[in-house]
Write a protein that binds this ligand. Structure first.
Ligand code: BGC
Length: 454
């Protein structure tokens, strides 16, 4: 049967009717690529990046020092979400999102060691209830990079007391908000924190020391484990209104980088990639094994790595993009990589949630395509058998992008920082179509350049 010619286009073809032989293919041709029922469609933020006036944490003074924030901006009033959260949640709801990820600002809840600010505790209850009132599932991050000043002054994660202090804080959150939170993230991207704060030294406390880096790594692992156990201790055994046990889901958000050897023929590039993948993506899970109910993946980076022994400054490697498509921040856009990240992390045989994925793209020329392309990869990963429960786009609104200041615009919704006006971008509506359909409408795939059959 080989070598036949298609009557319509004259192209040689094998004569095999692929579509009838692939059980999944036929029903999908023109239909929405459906995601599993109950899939979480949301977006994510973090307290310091959106709330404003978080003057009691370690970033507030750090930002003021010359050179620390590349564009010279300060978090300041940020997006005023502390006051405008209902407006933002209304927007998310109107965009058909059924879930939201946000963080609690530790320095507000516990402004002094061991003292809880009950006004702030009530404030966050209102915030979380506002999500529930809109029928949205709540994913709560306990620690997203910022530390209370008192904790930083004691030495931050290096302090002898750090694990106990974090456990006390997280237990308090579990007791206060356990009835309202669906997924707990104890910490966001511990490995990124280590690289930025104790490797490159560009985030507070601005340390560059391999020894202290390793010390903090061990403290973060132990702190996560303590927090994981604490949340389960407080919440296990609860039952819902129907009398059935409510599952307690606790994890972390891990920034997963897809590393690729630059020279495929080079053994040394390959070995280095294996090492980088293990150290950056997997080491934390190895050391905290047994303390995860799901794996949270944040996907942004694809690194083509060339091992360069003499370049100590870059940890012996260079990353190459060679004029590929990049975001406004110069990060290579490689949406197909999210599939590889998922497959790699599926080795742990736990449910996976994409807790962040997004792109800095102020004019929104790329974001719609990037969302569709990445979700198509997530769809393929689901078809391949991986238990993926949700996708949270970073971010709902533009916000304070750490050492990059306000120039990195990640929002589905644009913020005018003078008026604080929120304006959904085109990508927000593209994503809304997907959330509403619980899948990727075929028309969107066609629009993004896919053939009718694929
Ligand atoms: C972090 C966010 C950050 C985003 C974009 C993630 O690494 O969790 O806080 O804004 O990436 O850089």
């Amino acid at each position: 049967m080989h070598g036949m010619t298609d009557e319509k286009d004259g192209h040689p073809h094998s004569g095999i009717d692929y579509l009838s032989e692939l059980p999944q293919a036929r029903p999908h041709i023109h239909e929405t690529r459906k995601f599993p029922d109950g899939f979480l469609w949301g977006s994510a933020t973090s307290s310091h990046q959106v709330e404003g006036n978080n003057s009691n944490n370690d970033w507030w003074d750090w930002e003021k020092a010359p050179g620390h924030i590349l564009d010279g901006t300060l978090s300041g009033r940020a997006c005023e979400q502390y006051e405008r959260y209902e407006e933002d949640f209304d927007i998310a709801k109107s965009l058909h999102q059924n879930a939201h990820r946000l963080s609690i600002e530790w320095s507000r809840i516990e402004p002094e060691e061991g003292k809880w600010d009950m006004d702030e505790v009530v404030h966050y209850r209102r915030v979380l209830e506002a999500l529930k009132a809109r029928g949205m599932s709540v994913m709560l991050t306990a620690w997203h990079f910022t530390l209370p000043k008192w904790f930083a002054a004691k030495g931050g994660w290096e302090s002898g007391d750090a694990i106990r202090a974090f456990e006390r804080y997280v237990s308090f959150l579990a007791a206060e908000y356990g009835d309202i939170v669906d997924h707990w993230i104890t910490m966001n991207e511990p490995m990124v924190y280590l690289v930025q704060s104790y490797g490159a030294g560009v985030w507070p406390p601005g340390v560059r020391s391999p020894i202290r880096n390793i010390h903090v790594f061990s403290k973060l692992c132990l702190s996560h484990k303590a927090a994981y156990r604490a949340i389960h201790r407080v919440l296990d055994g609860r039952t819902g209104a129907d009398g059935k046990p409510v599952p307690v889901m606790v994890g972390i958000s891990q920034n997963v980088i897809t590393f690729e050897p630059y020279r495929k023929q080079s053994v040394v590039d390959g070995v280095f990639v294996w090492f980088a993948d293990k150290m950056f993506n997997r080491q934390f899970f190895i050391w905290t094994w047994g303390a995860h109910d799901f794996i949270g993946i944040n996907y942004y980076f694809h690194y083509r790595i060339k091992y360069v022994p003499r370049k100590i400054t870059q940890l012996f490697y260079e990353v190459h993009t060679e004029n590929r498509e990049v975001s406004d921040l110069g990060w290579e856009i490689n949406t197909a990589g999210i599939f590889d990240a998922i497959i790699s992390m599926s080795r742990y045989r736990l449910p996976i949630i994409i807790t962040e994925h997004g792109v800095a793209n102020g004019d929104d020329g790329k974001r719609p395509r990037i969302i569709v392309a990445a979700l198509k990869e997530v769809y393929h990963a689901i078809l391949s058998g991986v238990d993926i429960r949700g996708y949270f786009h970073w971010s709902l609104i533009d916000n304070f992008e750490w050492e990059k200041g306000y120039s990195g615009r990640f929002g589905l919704v644009a913020i005018d920082y003078l008026t604080m006006k929120r304006t959904p971008r085109r990508s927000a509506y593209v994503y809304a179509d997907i959330c509403k359909a619980n899948g990727i409408p075929h028309s969107l795939l066609r629009f993004m350049g896919h053939g009718v059959r694929w």
